[in-house]
Design a protein around this ligand. Sequence first.
Ligand code: FAD
Ligand code: NAD
Length: 476
Amino acid sequence: ASAFQIPDSQKKTLVIVGSGWGSTGVLQNIDASKYNIVLVSQRDFFLFTPLLPSTPVGTVEHRSIIEPVHNIIKKQGGKIKFYEAEATAVNTTDKTVSIKSVNLAKPQEFDIKYDYLVMGVGAQVTTFGIPGVAEHAYFLKELEDSKKLRARITSVIEEAQFITDAAARKKLLNFVVVGGGPTGVEFAAELQDFINEDLSKTYPELAKEIKVSLVEALPNVLNMFGKQNIKYTQDTFRDIKIDLLTKTMVKNVTADKIDAVRVLDNGEKEAFSIEYGTLVWATGNAVRPLTKSIMASVEAQKEARRGLIVNDFLAVEGTQDMWALGDCSATKYAPTAQVALQEGKYLASVFSQLGQVNALEVELKNLEASLKTENDTEKISGLKGEIESKTRTLEKNKLVTPFEYNHQGAMAYIGNERAVFDLALYAKKIYPLSGRTAFVIWMGAYNAMCITARTKTLVAFDWLKTRTFGRDITRE
Ligand code: FAD
Ligand code: NAD
């Protein structure tokens, strides 16, 4: 039996799955009074992913980049029901979501019936099935990934004190980041900052020995940026001593070494290996199992590859009353927070409007019922007038416009207090900015993007703390 009891039978039940960028965009902006809202997420917080690469080295603390879902619920009047659970299946015919608790010793499982469903489960990391990656690599997608990576960096420093053999030291102190997208670039930059600015003071010899390499299959890193900013990034990496291995594709990973193939200047391919101590894998997104299972069960989704196919209003093709947003949907937009948040705000306005339509429909039904039983001619004409005006408002409210994405540009932190920024202005023209100016803008923009005043404050204090006292990655 379902543990979920519908609080108000006059209202529709809206189930939102996930507490990431997309779902939080919906939650923060929806008129919650119009629905029975149920939030299902396997984590009880929103994660500010743009600053996740700063956390393994302690530039920013883990707790500073999360906002508890309870705070978001509180702001909405506390009426939202939250289950810390994994959605395990969606039955699009019966309109139910099956959920399973994630942290209870005795797991709880039941189905929730929905009138409307929003899927915002995001994506998971991809390994492209490359052997050894899942077993040996660290990732940087969830908060837990960052905590593991931070503990590993601390362990490496600790272990290095005990190792004297030159070859063993070289291997241990070799950090390899695979994937030259923004995640890989930003983490490599943060790690090198930590070495140059902090480790150099506490362990000067060790700081000289540690090596950070970034491996990218394509000829350049940050391929979504313009040429000028790509060059600036690669030049900065050279200056701050990050070893950049482009045109290099990793093929296999074991506990000690990475097997890769690089394309030489003459076009020939050469296989080689890198002995490593820590491998960080950042090669982008893969579809989550739940999303895959929906794709497989809905006829109109059979051709889907990157995620759920949605129409211009973000409704999932081939389903009734189901919407998808962010990284679990396949659209013409890149899988970014910027897109997911705008989609979330858009859906919040769609649902607020839909909520008004539902409320008007209930009112009209009630008015029509009283019209049938009324005898007084004056009251009858009054009721008719009210019905007519409500019907007009209802028709107007049904007019929803398609989602339109407003691209504001792309930014990445690249180390040594430098950033790159492809600023998108009118007519989608891109203006490249880089260096310290871009870094200051990056700080301002990322702080402004933190979704609550609480996280804005925590992040600002962390930056101040790091600048004043340096980074602290000791074990807690
Ligand atoms: P997510 O934010 O990933 O949220 C998914 C939610 O669903 C999570 O709460 C998760 O716990 C929950 N969930 C998953 N499966 C289930 C399930 N079965 N049942 C219940 N709940 C479930 N984009 C930018 O625009 N700018 C940046 O600077 C930027 N930096 C990034 C840095 C890093 C390190 C990473 C990894 C990504 C970055 N991105 C950035 C991309 C951005 O984070 C994603 O595009 C964005 O998170 C997508 O939002 P979403 O809501 O679709 O998914
Ligand atoms: P990505 O998909 O952007 O980049 C992955 C990179 O890994 C690609 O350049 C690819 O060529 C490379 N790669 C794949 N397989 C490889 C292999 N076997 N060997 C070597 N290189 C390999 O991934 P990401 O950086 O994790 O980003 C994921 C999404 O999140 C993107 O949409 C990105 O825009 C977004 N994001 C944005 C920001 C930002 O705006 N600052 C930061 C992080 C992530």
